[in-house]
Design a protein around this ligand. Structure first.
Ligand SMILES: *Cc1c(COP(=O)(O)O)cnc(C)c1O
Length: 389
């Protein structure tokens, strides 16, 4: 904890390099110049900054902080979470690879598999429920190169046995990837549990103010880190912009205090909802009623502000409820200062719901993000909206 707090506040920063400014600047430059051709010739040996598509000093500060927080040797920042996810797949897989993917990973990750990697790279994909490790092992083929995980995964907050999945993968020489956005680098340490690549969308809690799009990968293998940075990022050209990196650094400084507040508020809201007669179920990793509460205690050290719940009424009532909310605004992201609500499954077909192991009332699942307005205001808002049904 002490190390983490020092990492989010100071690590990676050297004030003497920027005129003792307490905050490092936004290095808003596309290139760096050299005082002689000789020093240019030695640029690689001297690990000099050369060109902004390869590396940028502001981006590096952010990367050093996230690498330290995740216990990795390197972090590589990208222009979005999806750019980071795609980079991970590109780095690990080849044409005709087989991927095992948890069913409820972030939908656009499944979309990029379906719309690009499967038709264009002849990659094949098997889906896993994220729970049964024997089933995971049964899904492994000779050409399985990668396992894609997200824990907890949004919608119903499925939690997977991270160390268990990583152990199986290692035994079969398969690389593992996990989306750790929900827990942030503070509440879950997948690299320590044996995972190879950890992804964070900085658009959520790391940014924390709903003002940037960005993604970052952390790894503990030097070779994989170099491949991600020098081949995938530099040549595909997906580096994070310096302004976004600067805002990411600023977001990180308050991550720990913000998360404590998000968590405190969300726990109160979750308990309130769980006790409400019109609410059928609440999905939140911070509730003792979570079906995988024991596993959660083993691998997560905290919970954040995101949860979902289902009403006893039909899905149309969920729409009405969301429309009645005043402080919770309707929007699809989370992790910022503001509270948000959405019925994300409303437009899912029966087949898509069944694929996720959901059905019936789940169509009306309401996902809420508890921002920083305080539990009193949020519970009051939910109360008036529930009363109005
Ligand atoms: C938002 C999100 C992403 C995608 O991040 P972008 O920065 O929007 O590309 C990936 N995973 C999870 C869990 C997310 O919530």
């Amino acid at each position: 904890m002490k190390e983490e707090r020092l990492a989010i506040t100071h690590l990676g920063e050297d004030q003497t390099k920027y005129m003792n400014a307490v905050v490092p600047p936004v290095f808003m430059n596309s290139l760096h110049v050299f005082d002689s051709m000789e020093s240019y010739a030695l640029r690689e040996e001297n690990q000099a900054y050369v060109y902004g598509r390869a590396a940028n000093p502001t981006v590096t500060i952010l990367e050093e902080k996230v690498a330290a927080l995740e216990g990795g040797c390197r972090a590589v920042a990208f222009a979005s979470g999806m750019a980071a996810a795609a980079a991970a797949i590109l780095a690990v897989c080849r044409a005709k690879s087989h991927i095992i993917c948890m069913r409820d990973v972030y939908q656009p990750v499944k979309n990029i598999l379906n719309q690009y990697f499967i038709p264009r790279m002849e990659i094949t994909v098997s889906y896993w429920d994220g729970v049964d490790l024997n089933e995971l092992e049964d899904l492994i083929q000779d050409n399985t190169d990668m396992i894609l995980l997200e824990s907890p995964a949004t919608f119903v907050f499925t939690v997977t046995d991270i160390a268990g999945a990583a152990r199986i993968a290692k035994a079969h020489n398969i690389k593992t990837y996990i989306d750790n956005t929900y827990c942030t680098p503070l509440y879950q340490k997948p690299l320590a549990m044996g995972i190879d690549i950890v992804m964070h969308t900085m658009s959520k809690y790391i940014g924390g103010h709903s003002d940037i799009i960005g993604g970052i990968l952390a790894v503990k293998d030097e070779e994989l880190g170099n491949l991600l940075k020098n081949t995938i990022r530099e040549l595909f050209g997906g580096i994070l912009g310096p302004m976004e990196a600067w805002l990411g650094i600023r977001g990180l400084r308050t991550l720990q205090v913000r998360l404590e507040q998000h968590q405190k508020t969300a726990k109160e809201v979750a308990k309130y909802l769980e006790g409400h007669p019109k609410v059928d179920r609440v999905y939140y990793t911070g509730l003792d009623s979570h079906p995988q509460a024991e596993r959660i205690r083993k691998q997560q050290t905290g919970h954040t502000g995101l949860m979902s719940f289902v009403l006893k009424d039909d899905p149309q009532k969920a729409v009405e409820l969301v429309d009645h909310l005043k402080i919770f605004e309707i929007g699809c992201s989370w992790g910022g200062f503001e509270s948000l609500a959405l019925c994300p499954l409303l437009y899912y077909s029966e087949d898509d719901l069944e694929f996720l192991g959901l059905g019936g009332r789940d169509k009306g699942l309401i996902r809420i993000h508890c921002g920083l307005e305080g539990a009193d205001a949020l519970i009051e808002d939910l109360e008036q909206a529930l009363r109005a049904l």
